[in-house]
Structure formats: structure tokens, C-alpha cells
Design a protein around this ligand. Structure first.
Ligand SMILES: [Zn+2]
Length: 313
């Protein structure tokens, strides 16, 4: 079953001496790519919080690197903005289309050089066909899994696509690296990004869904391989350590220009009201968020306010 899920993001500190030659991206936009009011969070944490509902967010990330644009994940289909869908997992909604958020940034789909997807689940590939000219970066194992015989194709297979077999330094300067992290699906991948003011950030897709799952190294029930999931946890941990990682970076995330706060803080310990979205962000598609612990403390809710001032969660 393909769930509407939250991708976590891991923040890592600079490791200046070892990474002196590494470039940075210019900017990262966090886009609202949907929500799912899920009815039972134990789907992602077997045996824990059984029967408890959970509100799942779904982000996409638009990255500018010089004159190039890369979109990481495409979220739920834009059509859900007009017509929410209720399925076995919960009710999927979209407050705003991806297309509208791109217009706010001033980017056309044809401007986007690369679209990279963490995996082929519907809340991540819902708008891939909007970017028919972009090169899709996807693991070969994921493509083969998604387009297996007797499987409904998740998007049009006839398109520019680069099928990967492992990690990829996308721009050749170390600023954006696709990291193979299978387990949730056979070809799941994460994205390591270096931002000019925040530093290193890992956009981990559905490699792990909740902080509590990360802390306890739990495996979501729908994952295709527990062994691969655990190996990917270790790979991400090693990557964080290699970068001199400090996972909890609330102060760093509050620095001006820290556009990715909503992502950065997701692995930080819950602390009421800590953090605020980037100062100086002007795009309404980039939300200002503060985090709030849930009653169970197993994850956070983000109270977000767009730059136009409409609060939402
Ligand atoms: Zn998934």
C-alpha cells in the first residue's frame, strides 16, 4: 500500500576542513505538497500508538543551483487540491497546488533541469508528468519496482530519465548528492544538500517517518526490506557523523536565510515554540513554521504561516 507520509530531514553541521572544496546551492524552497489525516499511526510504528490518528505533512523542495533548478519530490497530485481523496490510510488534501507555488517563485516546469524523487509512492510522484522536459533522477531499482508487470504505472515512463545505481553528485561540486537509502522501497533515495547558511541538510524522504522511529530504529510496516531499512539508517548516521553532524540545530536553523527550517528541525527534540522560519524569506510558498510537540511526544506538529499570513498546519 502506498501511504501519504512525512519525509524527515536531518541537519548536519559544517565540517569545513574536509569540505573546503564543496560547493553550495543558492537557495532552497520548502513547498507544501499536501497533508494526510491518517487514522492509525502504528502503520508506520508497528505496535506503537495503535489506533491513534496522525496528521502527516508532505513537503517538496525546490533547489536553485546557479542557473539550474532541481525539484526534490513532487508530492500529492495537484488535482487533490480540488478533490481530496480518502483511502485506507486517511484523507489526503492539498492546500495549494505545486503549480501555483512554482508560479509564486517565478519558475516554470520547463525551467527545472532535474526532478529527483525519493521513491515512487503516490505522495511523492503525484506531479512528475508536469515536468515532461526535466530529467528524472531515480534509482533503477525503484523504476523497475514501480513499473513491474501488472503494476499501474505511476507516471509516463517515456520521458527523460536517468536511472541510478547508487549515489550521484548531481552538479559535480558536492552541493547536491543523491544518497541511495533503500528499505522503505527497493530504490528509495535521500538527498544531501549543502546550503550556504545552514550547512548540510539531508532530505530523507520516507527513509524514516518520525523522530521516535529514528530514535528506536523502527521499521514501518509497509517497508519492503527491514534489513535494507536498518542499513540505510546506519548509512545516514554515518553520513551525519562524517559531516560533523549535530542533529539538533535550532539556533542554526533560525539564522537568517535558513529557508529549510521546517525540514531542519524535524529531528530535533520537541521543545515548545522553539525555532522560527527563516527571516527574510519572501516567497509565500516558503512557510514560516514553529514546532509544537504532540501529546504523545512521538512527533511534532508544525504550525506554519505563509508570508502572506495565513496560518495552517
Ligand atoms: Zn513512501
Amino acid at each position: 500500500m502506498k501511504a501519504g507520509l512525512v519525509g524527515l530531514a536531518l541537519a548536519a553541521a559544517f565540517s569545513a576542513p574536509a569540505l573546503a572544496q564543496t560547493g553550495t546551492v543558492d537557495r532552497l524552497y520548502v513547498m507544501d505538497c499536501g497533508h494526510n489525516a491518517a487514522t492509525d499511526q502504528s502503520r508506520w510504528s508497528p505496535g506503537v500508538n495503535v489506533g491513534k490518528p496522525i496528521d502527516l505533512s508532505d513537503n517538496c523542495y525546490l533547489i536553485r543551483h546557479g542557473s539550474d533548478w532541481l525539484l526534490w519530490d513532487t508530492g500529492y497530485p495537484d488535482a487533490i487540491a480540488e478533490k481530496p481523496i480518502t483511502g485506507p490510510v486517511g484523507t489526503a488534501t492539498r492546500a495549494k497546488t505545486l503549480a501555483a507555488q512554482l508560479v509564486e517563485v517565478g519558475v516554470k516546469p520547463a525551467d527545472i533541469k532535474y526532478v529527483a524523487v525519493s521513491h515512487h509512492h503516490g505522495d511523492h510522484i503525484g506531479n512528475v508528468d508536469m515536468f515532461s522536459d526535466s530529467t528524472l533522477l531515480m534509482q533503477k531499482a525503484e523504476f523497475d519496482f514501480a513499473f513491474a508487470p501488472d503494476t499501474k504505472p505511476p507516471f509516463k515512463a517515456e520521458r527523460p530519465i536517468r536511472k541510478l545505481e547508487g549515489d550521484l553528485d548531481v552538479f559535480g561540486d558536492g552541493s547536491v548528492t543523491i544518497i541511495s537509502t533503500p528499505g522503505h522501497t527497493p530504490g528509495h533515495q535521500s538527498l544531501l544538500v549543502r546550503l550556504p547558511k545552514i550547512g548540510w541538510l539531508i532530505l530523507s524522504g520516507d527513509a524514516v517517518h518520525f523522530k521516535d522511529n529514528w530514535d528506536n530504529k523502527r521499521v514501518a510496516s509497509m517497508n519492503t526490506s527491514a534489513d535494507q531499512t536498518q542499513a540505510s539508517y546506519k548509512k545516514l548516521e554515518a553520513l551525519l557523523a562524517d559531516k560533523g553532524a549535530v542533529v539538533d540545530q535550532p539556533r542554526q536553523a533560525a539564522e537568517p536565510g535558513a529557508e529549510a527550517l521546517a525540514a531542519v528541525l524535524r529531528l530535533a527534540p520537541p521543545r515548545r515554540g522553539a525555532g522560527a522560519m527563516a527571516k527574510g524569506t519572501r516567497r509565500s510558498s516558503v512557510r514560516r513554521c514553529a514546532r509544537w510537540p504532540t501529546a504523545s511526544g512521538s512527533r511534532w506538529r508544525f504550525r506554519c504561516r505563509s508570508s502572506r499570513g495565513s496560518p495552517r498546519q
